[in-house]
Design a protein around this ligand. Sequence first.
Ligand code: WT7
Length: 635
Amino acid sequence: MKLQINSITDYHTSYRESIEDPAAFWASQARAFQWTKEWDAVLESDFTGGYNRWYMGGHLNITINCLDRHLEESSDKTAIVWEPNDPMQETRKLSYRELHSSVCQFANGLRANGIGKGDRVCFYMPMLPELVIGILACARIGAIHSVVFAGFSAASLADRIKDASCKMLICADYNIRGPKQIPVKSLVDEALSLGCECIEKVIVYRNTGGGIPWVNGRDYWWYDIIEGQAEECTPEIMDSEDPLFILYTSGSTGKPKGVVHTCGGYMVYTGYTFNNVFQFQPGEIHWCTADIGWITGHSYVIYGPLLNGATTLLFEGIPTYPDPSRFWKICEKHKVNIFYTAPTAIRALMAAGDEHTIGHDLSAIRVLGTVGEPINEEAWHWYNEKVGRGIAPVIDTWWQTETGGIMITPLPGITDTKPCFASYPLPGVQPILVDVNGNEIEGNNAEGLLCIKFPWPSIIRTTYGDHERCRQSYFSAFPGLYFTGDEARRDEDGRYRIIGRVDDVINVSGHRIGTAEIENAIDEHDNVVESAVVGYAHPIKGQGIYAYVILLHPVSDETALFKEINEKLVQYIGPIAKADEVMIVSGLPKTRSGKIMRRLLRKAAEKDYENLGDISTLLNPEIVEEIVEKSKLKP
Ligand code: WT7
């Protein structure tokens, strides 16, 4: 891999070069990888139409770079360390050679079962090495993977399968998380009964060996697929702009959209950022606790580390099982050097008490990362002191599913860290703040809407099957800019602090959920006429879900209604979308144009009654008093 940025001067030089001549800068970064044919042009961008292309005409296969390239020198090196949910069960380790063989074998199995370049393959699997093997096998043969977080409901899985018309679904029999076993295959069957005719075959990995429903001629065991397949597989040579994967994420309107990333740009950017952001040193163990069902897992559990020949740790379980010292025990056991997690996990572990961090040897930890949501000051300090022992710097990394890789972050040991600040843009990243009219807010000590004014290699290419939605969502609010949906502040030294979303997206425990999706699910309840959902400050989750509902008939048992509403949310979205608070109201505050005034609902949810703002424009101002009174009665 290319030499790292290794000093502050180096960072400034790199940054300047990346702005002055982006094509030259990104060409030189791309040369750190193996291409079977070099690109004809580095980039082509049209923010008006939402079109961005990188390394046009270049040919590659990302798995050559993740696997084959490391075989010569480090075939015995551990690629994956798998830590099971049950601490008594044995750790599994796969060397680069073993991972390469397994990927090739499964890739051959996929080909033998009719999967080829451009076909969509859906994964609904727990955190197992086989998930990584399956994903890389798709990449090997040019199939497009679409991973669905295994915590989503059958209905959500069905929506995603249909949207991408996936041909194959790969799952496990059961998923084990903490003390629970989740019947994944049963959920799959339920999803497939919701009109997923596109699925021809289901491949099941035997994880627990528990009994499962089975459809002959459609369902196949993983081991039957690989049976007799060769451990070498000729990679499909991909065009740089061929899609690598689809990953669904929520927006402010409608159903989740399938963010499309392509082979060349995504490879360069995740490889580059992993190397630089974590200041990766050969031989280090990297542990990103994110589930592979999210972009963080794609980029920093799988692709970024493997592109750099790192050892990536995969954990099947949850931070609090069997007790809140589990993370630290794993760090000690495997001498983890880079630890990357979410603020919600930090807050949950902090709340469990300091004693869980005491007595574990965390001295191997060199860098601590956080991602997914704003980190509060208290959690930042706790992480820095209790886990980082005041030595390992905390890097607060800001990015999105749509950006593919980390965009704004401190560089450990190179730039300073400041609690709650994602700090400085990486080379190639050009953030700007604008006001609601799109005017740039210049100078430091400023606050505004966060936009990016120039493309980077892993910028979203399209939303699957509906490019107009991509253009609308990211490139239309402020012509000529990519709009992130976030609000940010720039301090006196130019560091960025991410304040949060300004659209109708809630960030619950680092998971992005659209209020529209939640409302649609709640409205499925027979007794609900209308609902409005807002996010509000929650001590562990960052944001909690607060639902206001108008009922058809009054109820005597509000607790039962609350439970039923949550059942709908679990059914339509998944347990992550459960409401934290439900308020029954006789009306919702609406403007004369019929828009719900969510600002007011957010204030009531947070019991902030001082500054309700101008309510005179409301169609029904009398409702405000009712909401405020009811909110005062809430805990
Ligand atoms: C949204 C993107 C990409 C990683 C996982 C989330 C919020 C992300 C930070 C951070 C404050 C953050 C933003 C962003 N976010 N990182 N370091 N500080 N907020 O990916 O699901 O696409 O969500 O997460 O609001 O827009 P995602």
